[in-house]
Ligand binder design. Structure first.
Ligand code: PEP
Ligand code: MG
Length: 877
């Protein structure tokens, strides 16, 4: 019989698939002898079975639940009905991959009208007992019966205001009793049934609710965003309650073993006395810094410091720990690898290596590729900030970044406006899991309540989104849609700027500047480079981009798209003259002009690259891309070229293609106009020779695009090499150059062995290769890819992440054939997929030499190949 339930002392940390992250770590902590309240875990398999059987509890699970409860009662010597030894439990979900705020928690389960009285009598604290009961009524109502949070909160807050209670903890027992009575009425009003008084019914209903919540909308959205599979299910943890709300010697808190924002090696956390569960993260009261626990309960503080160090060393990573103190007794309720900013991730990884806790290879695995991308994001320009007018300075820098956008007050509006192309900033008193889609759609999130571990802070950090929480000097009124700040009022649609690194908010748009990289970043990238198998080159043409790419560690240029260099107005005129000329002489005259520009450009590019390989691709797009479209443009071009508009229109008509992507483009252009590539090659070689004369060696690699047959390649190669030989002879000098081809058509993949014999290098153009393999136009696929993915016809957009079965197979076959035919052939990938993490994992396993991507993706790509290498087990960890 399948075992659906494990007691904590039957599990361990390696059982995450079955017990979920929370369950496996609770078991592990128990194994380590840490103070963890006893409990048991219903497996992820139980959840999957439950959902598979149309939300019915499998019989075997019911039986096991009964026997587990009996064993649990024996171990704890408590039961749901005992006068003296009353058992109360928490029910918490926990998937394999942590999904903060996505699933639900119920505390104090087991309480009912009777048990509440027993608890009050036993603890001699009626206030405490009513507080536990009202929390259960509220959480159970929301999670299990879907009663809107407002149905409880509105009454609770009105009650506090009416009686002038500042904090929840100020409400006396009688007040809480009144509130409990009202809450029970809410059940009847909202769901027409009473709160279940039988603890076992509460437990089974709660378990089922957690299972079902795996399929709720916000959990689905979170999984889609984070690429978490939908079929792995969640575990459910049942744990004996400990009470942080049992007076001023009790409390609850959350702490990170290091600062999750900066990475500083110092305990970082918050706690509240006389509080329970979600109070800290919900931002209802402002929590205290963990440091001050030292004054309030020194021995508990010391014990917590010891536990947190032990957990960090054990898990070899920064931990995010939830704890509760009951009458000065510390309990650990959860530990997991903490979410952190990109900057913190790098610092923590580097520090842990330097402290001897982890190896460099482990450090490489501890930083997510998307963190690297975040680090390269811009900050606000310092001078612009000095002139900007600040509206809030009291906020907490919850997640770094710099963002400007229009104010919106609801997740829904954020989503709508984002879809209309607006940049928006979501402003809310606090956020909750329902806001997730609005948070995704926003440039930044601002809240007035909550601390560094509030929902907004944790979720935004995970998303790499700029966020400022706890702006207590702002009043965000979501009903009237206004923000009041000390100097005035802002309305929906007004522009603000948010500084997530400082926690400040400004009115209007503030200019941004590039990110600065730290020493730790450089160190980390050096280690990644040491581990990586593939080289990473960049796709770039402009000096700024090339410089940025080299600073980010690119090993060369994998693609200069020469057509990108034709778009300046003076160049465009000449290009148009070339395209629209009716005689070869006129065409050559135009080309000579273009060549002047190209030579200067290539000289600059090759100089910046020096001896690093630089692939320059000869002209690729269909010629009509360079022609005027509108009537005004046409008449202006006719004037420039000194031809009547009618004649121009006739030329344009002649060039028109029904299917330009499959038409007169790539090497086909040079088959019909050989002088085009010859001109470009002259420009490349002349600039290389000129640099050589100045003592600068360079390594141009000339690339012919969209080849499908060996003869296409050899015809053009002969023309090119003949010209190069002449130029070298004339100069009395030679340049190290290579000639290769892009592999962009399925046919080229299938004849890769024959092509390889003629080529010095291959570069897979996966954009075109994907287009031609699927027959999906890369320009129009957006019209149907969404429907394909919604209907589960494809899992991923193959233009963003490699289609392993089809396109990946072609790349594999071509690489194997090519290397077998020409072992010295260099092979790279320069389409979009060259910068994509998952695609790189695949390429890393082939006999490929490098990937190439846009400069800002270079460090991420380097880390991807390093991680693939460590994961591939080639390096011992
Ligand atoms: C490709 O097709 O993958 C490629 C890099 O070339 P382009 O995107 O310029 O067609
Ligand atoms: Mg292409």
């Amino acid at each position: 019989m399948t075992k659906y339930i494990y007691a904590f002392d039957e599990g361990q940390k390696s059982m995450k698939d079955l017990l979920g992250g929370k369950g496996a770590n609770l078991a592990e902590m128990k194994r380590l002898g840490l103070p963890v309240p006893d409990g048991f875990t219903l497996t992820t398999e139980a959840c999957i079975e439950y959902l598979k059987h149309g939300s019915k509890v499998p019989e075997a699970l019911s039986e096991q639940l009964n026997s587990q409860l009996a064993a649990f009662s024996q171990r704890t010597e408590k039961s749901f009905s005992s006068e003296e030894q009353l058992l109360l439990v928490s029910v918490r979900s926990g998937a394999k991959i942590s999904m903060p705020g996505m699933m639900d928690t119920i505390l104090n389960l087991g309480l009912n009208d009777d048990n509440m009285k027993k608890l009050a009598a036993k603890t001699n604290d009626a206030r405490f007992a009513y507080d536990c009961y009202r929390r259960l009524l509220q959480m159970f109502g929301e999670v299990v019966y879907g009663i809107p949070m407002n149905a409880f909160d509105t009454y609770f807050n009105a009650y506090k205001t009416q009686h002038e209670y500042q904090n929840d903890a100020d409400i006396p027992a009688e007040g809480l009793q009144e509130i409990c009575e009202h809450f029970k009425g809410v059940y009847l009003d909202e769901v027409y049934k009473p709160f279940p008084q039988e603890p076992f019914d509460q437990l089974t209903e709660a378990i089922e609710a957690v299972f079902k919540s795996w399929d709720n909308d916000r959990a689905r959205v979170y999984r889609e965003l984070n690429e978490i599979p939908h079929d792995i299910g969640t575990a459910v943890n049942i744990q004996e309650m400990v009470f942080g709300n049992s007076g001023e010697r009790s409390g609850t808190g959350v702490a990170f073993t290091r600062n999750p924002v900066t990475g500083e090696a110092k305990l970082f956390g918050e706690y509240l006395l006389n509080a329970q569960g979600e109070d800290v993260v919900a931002g209802i009261r402002t929590p205290k810094d963990i440091e001050s626990l030292k004054d309030q309960m020194p021995h508990v503080h010391q014990q917590f410091v010891d536990v947190s160090q032990r957990l960090e060393t054990h898990y070899k990573d920064m931990q995010d720990i939830e704890f509760t103190i009951e009458n000065e007794q510390l309990y650990i309720l959860q530990t997991r690898n903490g979410k952190r900013t990109a900057n913190a991730a790098i610092h923590i990884a580097v520090d842990l290596v330097e402290e001897g806790v982890i190896t460099k290879e482990e450090a490489v695995m501890n930083v997510e590729v998307k963190s690297i991308d975040q680090l390269l994001h811009p900050n606000f320009d310092k001078t612009a900030l000095d002139h900007a007018s600040v509206i809030s300075k009291l906020g907490l820098p919850a997640s770094p970044g710099a963002a400007s956008g229009k104010i919106v007050f609801s997740a829904e509006i954020a989503k709508i406006q984002f879809e209309q192309g607006e940049s928006v900033i979501l402003m809310r008193p606090e956020t909750s899991p329902e806001d997730i889609e609005g948070m995704v759609a926003s440039e930044a999130i601002v809240t007035t309540h909550g601390g560094m571990t509030s929902h907004a802070a944790v979720v935004a950090r995970g998303m790499g989104k700029c966020c400022v929480t706890g702006c207590s000097d702002l009043e965000i009124n979501v009903v009237d849609k206004v923000v009041n700040y000390p100097g005035g009022t802002l309305h929906e649609g007004d522009m603000i700027s948010v500084d997530g690194a400082q926690g400040d908010i400004y009115v209007g748009e503030v200019e941004t500047m590039k990110a600065e990289r730290s020493e730790a970043f450089e160190q980390f990238m050096e280690w990644s480079d040491g581990v990586a198998k593939l080289d990473v080159r960049m796709n770039a043409e402009t000096p700024q981009d090339i410089q940025a790419g080299y600073q980010f560690g690119a090993k060369g240029i994998g693609l200069v798209r020469t057509e990108h260099m034709f778009f300046g107005p003076e160049r465009l005129v000449e290009m148009r003259r070339f395209i629209l000329s009716d005689t070869q002489d006129k065409r050559i005259a135009a080309l000579n002009e273009i060549k002047r520009y190209q030579t200067a450009d290539f000289e600059e590019i090759l100089k910046l690259s020096g001896e690093r390989p630089t692939i320059i691709r000869l002209l690729d797009p269909p010629l009509h891309e360079f022609l005027p479209k509108s009537t005004e443009e046409k008449s202006s071009v006719a004037g420039q070229l000194n031809v009547p508009v009618k004649t121009l229109e006739q030329y344009i008509e002649n060039l028109n293609e029904v299917n330009p992507m499959l038409g007169h483009r790539g090497c086909r252009l040079a088959i019909t106009y050989p002088e085009l590539y010859v001109m470009q090659v002259e420009a490349i070689m002349e600039s290389a020779l000129r640099l050589k004369a100045q003592g600068i060696d360079c390594q141009p690699e000339i690339m012919i695009p969209l080849v499908s047959t060996v003869a296409e390649f050899t015809t053009l190669k002969t023309q090119i090499t003949e010209r190069i030989e002449v130029l070298q002879q004339e100069a009395g000098e030679s340049v190290n150059y290579l000639i290769g081809t892009m592999i962009e058509t399925p046919r080229a993949c299938l004849i890769a062995g024959d092509l390889a014999k003629e080529c010095d290098f291959f570069s897979f153009g996966t954009n075109d290769l994907t287009q031609l393999t699927f027959g999906f136009s890369r320009d129009d696929a957006g019209k149907f890819i969404g429907a394909y993915s919604e209907q589960g016809i494809i899992d991923i957009d193959p233009f963003q992440t490699l289609d392993v079965e089809g396109v990946g197979q072609l790349v594999k076959v071509a690489t194997e054939q090519a290397k077998a035919a020409n072992p010295t052939l260099k092979i790279g990938v320069c389409g979009e997929l060259g910068g994509d993490h998952k695609s790189i994992q695949y390429f890393n396993n082939l006999d490929i030499d490098y990937v190439s991507c846009s400069p800002y993706r270079v460090p991420g790509a380097l880390l991807s190949t390093a991680q693939s290498e460590v994961e591939g087990g080639r390096l011992r960890v």
